[in-house]
Write a protein that binds this ligand. Structure first.
Ligand code: ZN
Length: 156
């Protein structure tokens, strides 16, 4: 790590701490040449392998863009979408994997979207899981109802 002040090519880590969301490590460094201190932030890499086999860096923006389509006309704010994308990223990072398949991302989005808006969830699931007819929707809705009922009875 180059010193940003004198461009010395080495530096010493004097302190490391994990950011509040647990996604990055912030290091305090000191230059042995000029003695000045500076901070760096390091994020563990997370990449997504597309169907074509090409890997690209994980992007919260892409999650937001994908989910936003399913949320058209629904009472979902940009803040909701940003929070959803953050939770999806946290859940994916918590698995410890550094490389994911596009499929894993969709699977991680579904439960979060369901909590946000059931209609948007059904729309997203219909595209992602390639629903072909009304029976597929009916099965998904039946499952939602059964899980809602289960949740309601366990909350009593
Ligand atoms: Zn320096």
């Amino acid at each position: 790590m180059h010193c940003p002040f004198c461009r010395h090519t080495d530096s010493r880590v004097v302190d490391s701490r994990t950011s509040d969301d647990g996604l990055a490590i912030r290091r305090r460094r000191q230059c042995p040449e000029c003695g000045r201190r500076f901070s760096t932030t390091e994020t563990a890499s997370l990449s997504v392998v597309k169907r074509s086999g090409v890997a690209e860096p994980f992007s919260r923006d892409k999650i937001v863009a994908g989910v936003r389509k399913a949320c058209q006309g629904r009472p979902v704010t940009d803040g909701d979408l940003a929070q959803l994308a953050q939770r999806v990223e946290e859940n994916l990072r918590a698995t410890g994997a550094s490389q994911l398949e596009a499929n894993d991302i969709g699977l991680a989005i579904l439960p979060e979207l369901r909590q946000l808006d059931e209609v948007a969830y059904l729309r997203f699931a219909s595209v992602y899981q390639a629903f072909e007819n009304l029976d597929d929707f009916e099965a998904a809705i039946t499952q939602l109802r059964a899980e809602d009922a289960e949740r309601a009875s366990s909350a009593e």
